[in-house]
Write a protein that binds this ligand. Structure first.
Ligand SMILES: [Fe+2]
Length: 385
């Protein structure tokens, strides 16, 4: 699992301004601790409720002041309805939404509900329940202004280490969860998507989870399960695809990109990124972040140069727009670059961060192998300075 909060006092990104916090989770295995820890076991998270009970509940930001509530029921007759309010047990608003399902070879998903609720007030706890019954859940909306705190976790999978990391995340009073791809490691075993949804529900039902896809979401290249289960606000951000989108939250504009979707100049994703960045109002959102799966800058031998073609296609867009920080996963080992552009240190380029440690073997599933083979620092400087 790659995980990143920017919080070490020694980390010069700890306080990006006097009122803005990105917090990096303490890395148990940084680039300076170069060995592979023993494997930890896979988790299977069963459903203990009835077929009509909501399961796999998660929420995501869905345009200004709105939240999307997503959950799954085995019972196809359960309505796609969310009741909510600001007092526990009192639901003064009822919203109906949409639903979908999908098939993947012999597997047929449950009923996947998506209900967009709002407008919501900032920094407020809302109480809600799904499907007209079921347990009461709650979430807190992000603030409207600084300070705001993000958690960035990538490549989570579903092992004992996932449990540990999420427990650490749950100890923080953060606002928004960012996930740069490789969610469930289902790898075409669709029941593992269900298990993953149940595993993360405790956390994903309380804070918005904003995700983008990694290579493990491709599953025969169609992203079928990912798109059905993790609907993100692409329509709200003028994108034609759930595989790339953007959103604003508390003074930040965040673009979530698709490393495995066409990014060449002239492609739909390229044109959308170009148009999206032009529209950014730096007075309203002085911070601009990008999140993607494959890092554009990476000196680790694992996945080295995989992001090169995307960088070469899109780096100018980031540079012209003065993107502040770019987060990626995939490598499962922490690395941070100074502000950089076109392979040279540049005070106007973004900071690139490959987020933290991994308990998953880089893109081979849930086995253990930290990415340890970084180029020597001197070589790094020669390559990127
Ligand atoms: Fe990956």
């Amino acid at each position: 699992m790659a995980e990143a909060f920017l919080s070490s006092p020694s980390n010069n990104l700890h306080r990006l301004s006097n009122h803005y916090f990105l917090t990096i989770f303490p890395n148990r295995h940084s680039a300076t601790r170069l060995y592979s820890p023993p494997p930890r076991s896979l988790i299977d998270t069963p459903h203990h409720g009835s077929k009509s009970d909501p399961q796999q509940v998660h929420i995501s930001l869905a345009g200004e002041d709105y939240m999307r509530v997503t959950w799954v029921t085995d019972d196809k007759d359960v309505p796609s309805v969310v009741e909510y309010g600001t007092t526990s047990g009192e639901y003064d608003t009822v919203v109906y939404g949409e639903h979908t399902s999908y098939t993947f070879y012999s597997y047929t998903s449950g009923k996947i509900h998506h209900v967009k609720i709002g407008p919501l007030e900032p920094s407020i706890t809302y109480y809600y329940r799904c499907g007209g019954h079921g347990p009461e859940l709650s979430f807190k909306t992000p603030p409207s202004t600084f300070p705001i705190e993000f958690v960035v976790v990538g490549d989570p999978g579903q092992t004992q280490d996932t449990v540990s990391t999420l427990a650490h995340v749950g100890d923080q009073d953060y606002d928004v969860f960012l996930l740069p791809g490789d969610l469930s490691y289902a790898d075409e075993d669709q029941s593992r998507w269900d298990s993953f949804g149940r595993l993360v529900e405790e956390y994903a039902s309380r804070r918005p989870w904003m995700v983008t896809e990694g290579n493990h979401e491709r599953e025969c290249c169609a992203f079928t399960a990912y798109n059905a289960r993790w609907l993100m606000p692409y329509e709200e951000s003028g994108s034609a695809s759930n595989l790339y989108y953007s959103f604003n939250v508390a003074g930040s504009h965040i673009i979530m990109l698709g490393s495995y979707t066409d990014f060449k100049k002239g492609s739909d994703q390229y044109k959308w990124v170009e148009a999206d960045l032009v529209k950014v109002d730096r007075k309203a959102t002085p911070w601009v972040f990008a999140v993607m799966h494959v890092p554009w800058y990476n000196t680790n031998e694992d996945h080295k140069d995989e992001g090169k073609s995307m960088r070469e296609a899109m780096e100018d867009l980031f540079y012209k727009a003065r993107v502040d920080v770019v987060f990626a996963g995939h490598v499962h080992a922490y690395e941070r670059f100074t502000r950089i552009y076109n392979r040279k240190a540049d005070p106007c380029g973004p900071v690139y961060i490959t987020i933290g440690e991994s308990m998953e073997e880089p893109d081979k599933g849930w086995h253990i192998s930290l990415a340890t083979k970084f180029n020597r620092h001197q070589i790094l400087l020669a390559e990127y300075s």
